[in-house]
Design a protein around this ligand. Structure first.
Ligand code: ZN
Length: 309
């Protein structure tokens, strides 16, 4: 395809974004098997969990153990989500490659979920950057602006506000920034509009698009961002995850579907699709009874598909 990047990275977020919204607690050994098999399938960036209090998210209580395992795999970038300075200190102690501080551009969503205004989260970013610099650690800091396309509580979130907060995160010391459509409100046109402006502001510090498939547009939205030159996307195996305001709704873009779309379009991901589909089947078995999503698994790869070596 013309105007598409030659390569793209799929960052697996199923172990965090997916599992946090599923009641089943996946045992640590199975999470490590997931990480190991995703690595074997070519995945090189994995968000392994979140340093939130275990009381809030018992599903992710073993994040430090899963991170320690992920760090044994050469060349794997293992990241964690951190909600605040306390979480960031744990990520620094554990030598995570990357920590992601989420900020919700919707004031209503931010207050409901983080009990902070977006600008208070910017202040937290400043404290986290100071802690990182004082620690001498190499852990990268990503500021992720969520509800970037609107939110179920507040409705409209203005692009100007999203961009203001993204700039504020960079000014507060984020090494890089990303945008997330937390509730599946984005469409290809709004992605084109917002991402173009975000790229103009952040340049090379703009690192990732995170789309939910709540309304079936996750892959279309990825494609719109891809055409602007964005080369990293979050996704979760079997599309696990969901939308807190829409029970039963789809979760993140499905890793296997996204890898298929990219490879079929000539964008190299380094992923082995048959191995990924095997792992998906295993995960669905582990999560017996939980909703899973995605499309590729139903009919498998087309006979005409050849992943480029
Ligand atoms: Zn998400």
């Amino acid at each position: 395809m013309k105007n598409l990047p030659a390569t793209a990275v799929i960052r697996e977020v199923g172990l965090r974004d997916g599992l946090q919204s599923i009641a089943t607690i996946l045992p640590t050994a199975r999470k490590c098997e997931w990480v190991s098999r995703a690595y074997a399938a070519g995945q090189r960036e994995i968000e392994v969990g979140s340093f939130v209090p275990p009381k809030l998210l018992p599903q992710l209580a073993d994040t430090a153990e899963v991170l320690a395992y992920a760090q044994t795999l050469p060349g794997l970038v293992a990241s964690v989500l951190v909600p605040n300075l306390k979480g960031a200190e744990r990520a620094l102690d554990a030598n995570a490659d990357l920590m992601l501080l989420p900020l919700s551009a919707s004031h209503a969503h931010s207050l409901a979920n983080l009990r902070k205004t977006p600008d208070e989260v910017v202040d937290e970013m400043r404290r986290i950057r100071a802690a990182r610099d004082a620690s001498g650690k190499k852990t990268l800091i990503e500021g992720g602006v969520g509800t970037a396309f609107g939110c179920a509580l507040q409705g409209e979130v203005k692009h100007s506000e999203v961009l203001r907060l993204m700039q504020a995160l960079l000014d507060a010391g984020a090494d890089r920034v990303s945008l997330a459509d937390t509730v599946g409100y984005a469409d290809p046109r709004s992605v084109s509009d917002l991402f173009e402006q975000a790229l103009r502001i952040a340049g090379g510090a703009f690192c990732c698009g995170h789309f939910h498939d709540t309304r079936g547009l996750a892959l279309a939205n990825v494609y719109a961002a891809l055409q602007l030159g964005v080369t990293r996307f979050d996704a979760s195996l079997a599309g696990i995850g969901g939308c807190p305001h829409a029970p039963g709704a789809s979760g993140n873009a499905a890793t296997e579907d996204l890898a298929f779309m990219l490879e079929a379009s000539g964008v190299r991901t380094g992923m082995d699709l048959p191995l990924l589909l095997d792992l998906r089947q295993q995960l669905v078995h582990w999560l017996d009874g939980e909703p899973t999503h995605g499309t590729l698994w139903r009919a498998g790869l087309p006979k005409t598909f050849h992943s480029q070596p």
